[in-house]
Design a protein around this ligand. Structure first.
Ligand code: AP5
Ligand code: MG
Length: 209
């Protein structure tokens, strides 16, 4: 199954994608994670995008589409995948439509107040990528990943200033995709403001799994 997880920053796309990945055995392809991996390895792409990401702006469409096309050509993407955070603009959606026939678009809906609470309390494992929240999904030992013992980190774009910009960028560039995919008949909206287990149930219902 080929699906998109669409939604504002902090809605829980990454958290739910790792659960669906485990349930369905298909890759979780997050453009944000792919970019962050390039930033941490200091590749040419990483050096190009670091300051854009830190401010919470969008990476140009041509760089993003080229990176996604390359990723979708890998053998593990043959049977399906969860695209998390892509597409994020109409031109990206148009480019994707030329190469892929999608099965479902899950739209995560959540209030700005809740998004800000989630993003400003998020912690992530730099080694395995597992996502935590200091209050809503805390690790067993403070500041340490349950799975591998690595020290949790705070994303560079989770400052209040960058979060506010990311929410504005979402409204202007990404929200129009809801109507775009509604017109294509693919969208299913879930209430992402609920507790994690309830959101996962909504996502499973949307995907009919
Ligand atoms: P990206 O990494 O995609 O960030 P984002 O879209 O801003 O979304 P987040 O990862 O912040 O949130 P999420 O929805 O995954 O929430 P999470 O599960 O972590 O992109 C980063 C940057 O890369 C962009 O700003 C841009 O610069 C660039 N980029 C990426 N894609 C691009 C593209 N296509 N085009 C151009 N540029 C691109 O959860 C958040 C927190 O909430 C966590 O702490 C979690 O524990 C908690 N939480 C999750 N669910 C719940 C729940 N149900 N209840 C309570 N807490 C919860
Ligand atoms: Mg994410």
């Amino acid at each position: 199954m080929k699906m998109i997880f669409l939604g504002p920053p902090g809605a829980g796309k990454g958290t739910m994608a790792s659960k669906v990945k485990a349930a369905m055995g298909i890759p979780h392809i997050s453009t944000g994670e792919l970019f962050r991996d390039n930033v941490s390895r200091q590749t040419e792409l990483g050096l190009q995008v670091k300051s854009i990401m830190d401010r919470g702006d969008l990476v140009p469409d041509d760089l993003t589409v080229a990176m996604v096309k390359e990723r979708l050509e890998r053998p593990d993407a043959e049977k399906g995948y969860i695209l998390d955070g892509f597409p994020r603009t109409i031109p990206q959606a148009e480019a994707l439509a030329k190469i892929v026939e999608l099965d479902c678009v899950v739209n995560f809906s959540c209030s700005d107040e809740e998004l800000i609470r989630r993003l400003t309390g998020r912690r992530q494992c730099p080694k395995c990528g597992r996502i935590y929240h200091i209050a809503f999904m805390p690790p067993k030992a403070e500041g340490v990943c349950d799975d591998d013992g690595a020290t949790l980190s705070i994303r560079a774009d989770d400052t209040l200033e960058a979060v506010q910009n990311r929410l504005e960028v979402y409204e202007a560039a990404t929200k129009p995709l809801i109507s775009w995919y509604t017109n294509n008949g693919l969208i299913k909206t879930v209430d992402a403001s609920a507790a994690p287990d309830a959101v996962f149930d909504f996502v499973k219902d949307a995907l009919e799994i």
